[in-house]
Design a binder for this molecule. Structure first.
Ligand code: CMP
Length: 139
């Protein structure tokens, strides 16, 4: 069943560049309500768990090292059609292919350091949100 929530996190390249405020502003101006948000770090092991679905990919080790290299800002967002609309707002995984005006086009540095994550399905949004926020049903 479709839900109206998605999960995102601002990644270490974007937090290091001082873009937390600019990115959350774009998210809110696009009509998303931030229902949970925190500033945290991932150990390499936790990064590996989060991206376990990619563990057979050639970029997995680098991705885990990168995602544990600095501050991240995980968030749960609410909006009608949240998963699909948020993926439109962030643009393609590779910023070179992202449309003008998308978050990744504006803030990503590379296909790996691509500023933000966005869930690809309602099911993964729920799993990924629960990874960072216990008891989220209360929000
Ligand atoms: P994200 O949407 O968080 O999901 C998987 C992440 O792996 C992706 O963003 C990138 O940060 C990273 N990544 C690195 N290289 C690749 C690649 N070649 N294809 C897809 N994702 C990649």
């Amino acid at each position: 069943m479709a839900t109206n929530r998605t999960f995102t996190m601002i990644k270490p390249d974007a937090t290091a560049a001082g873009n937390i405020g600019a990115i959350t502003k774009m998210i809110e101006e696009a009509g998303f309500r931030i229902v949970a948000m925190r500033l945290t770090h991932l150990s390499r092991e936790r990064a590996g768990q989060f991206y376990e679905v990619h563990k057979e990919r050639g970029f997995y080790a680098d991705l885990c090292a990168y995602m544990s290299s600095g501050t991240i800002v995980p968030m749960i967002l609410e909006k009608e059609n949240a998963v699909a609309d948020f993926r439109k707002l962030i643009g393609a995984t590779n910023p070179e292919q992202a449309e003008a005006g998308t978050i990744r086009k504006m803030f990503a540095k590379s296909i790996e350091a691509n500023a933000v994550h966005g869930s690809d399905s309602d099911e993964n949004a729920a799993i990924e949100g629960a990874f960072f926020f216990a008891g989220i049903q209360q929000y």
